[in-house]
Design a protein around this ligand. Structure first.
Ligand code: MTE
Ligand code: MO
Length: 199
């Protein structure tokens, strides 16, 4: 007997190749938040970039809007095993945001309204791999998904994409963030299944 699963068939083999090991496809957009949803008006939103010498640069909503926007289409992968292909975002490349920064830093701790943090090597945020985004699927990014502004680092598990982003701390050494301190992998590459600390 032939079992036809239309949904799956429709996506085809090409999308299977885009699915990292241990992941399954989803068409909806689950919300995963470790806290209540902070509601930040755009005119109150601010990103503080702190250098390793504690110098601070601030970026307001209007300043963010004045930077060149990019349209990003990316597959996203949550460590809880759902993946969503071809998600569409609009935002500013971290290459643009960090362009003026001369820094010796090797790592970054991204911080959020509400207290969430996640750490990344600075190199993972550069080279057209990471953005701060404010639109999803042609609409303003809603608060549940991290609006007004979230980080988008689609080549790593989605917990690295901090919602309600309010800071980037440039560091001379690595400093584990919220999930990274709680037994999750420090780096989080979905293609290498770096889910937990010792993977
Ligand atoms: N500030 C903040 N950012 C966060 C989280 C969070 O709890 N707080 N959850 C992370 C996790 S585990 C995932 S999978 C994604 C979920 O994003 P979504 O709710 O838009 O799907 O956000 C990440 N960024
Ligand atoms: Mo997640």
């Amino acid at each position: 007997m032939a079992v036809v699963n239309r949904g799956f068939e429709g996506r085809g083999e090409a999308s299977d190749r885009r699915l990292p090991p241990g992941q399954h496809l989803t068409d909806d957009f689950p919300v995963l938040s470790a806290s209540v949803t902070p509601l930040i008006p755009k005119d109150k939103w601010e990103l503080t970039i702190t250098s390793e010498t504690r110098e601070q640069q601030h970026l307001t909503w209007d300043e963010l809007m004045a930077l060149p926007a990019e349209h990003i289409v990316a597959d996203i992968h949550c460590v809880t095993r759902w993946s969503k292909l071809g998600t569409r975002w609009e935002g500013v490349s971290l290459d643009t945001v960090l362009a003026e920064m001369t820094t010796e830093a090797t790592h970054v701790l991204a911080t959020s309204y509400g207290g969430y943090t996640t750490n990344l090597p600075l190199a993972e945020l550069r080279g057209g791999k990471a953005w701060i985004v404010y639109r999803y699927d042609g609409q303003e990014l809603g608060a549940l998904h991290g609006g007004p502004v979230r980080l988008l680092v689609p080549h790593l598990y989605f917990w690295k994409s901090a919602k309600w982003l309010n800071g980037l701390r440039l560091l001379l050494r690595d400093e584990p963030g919220f999930w990274e301190s709680a037994g999750y992998h420090n780096h989080g590459d979905p293609w290498r299944e770096q889910r937990y600390e010792f993977d």
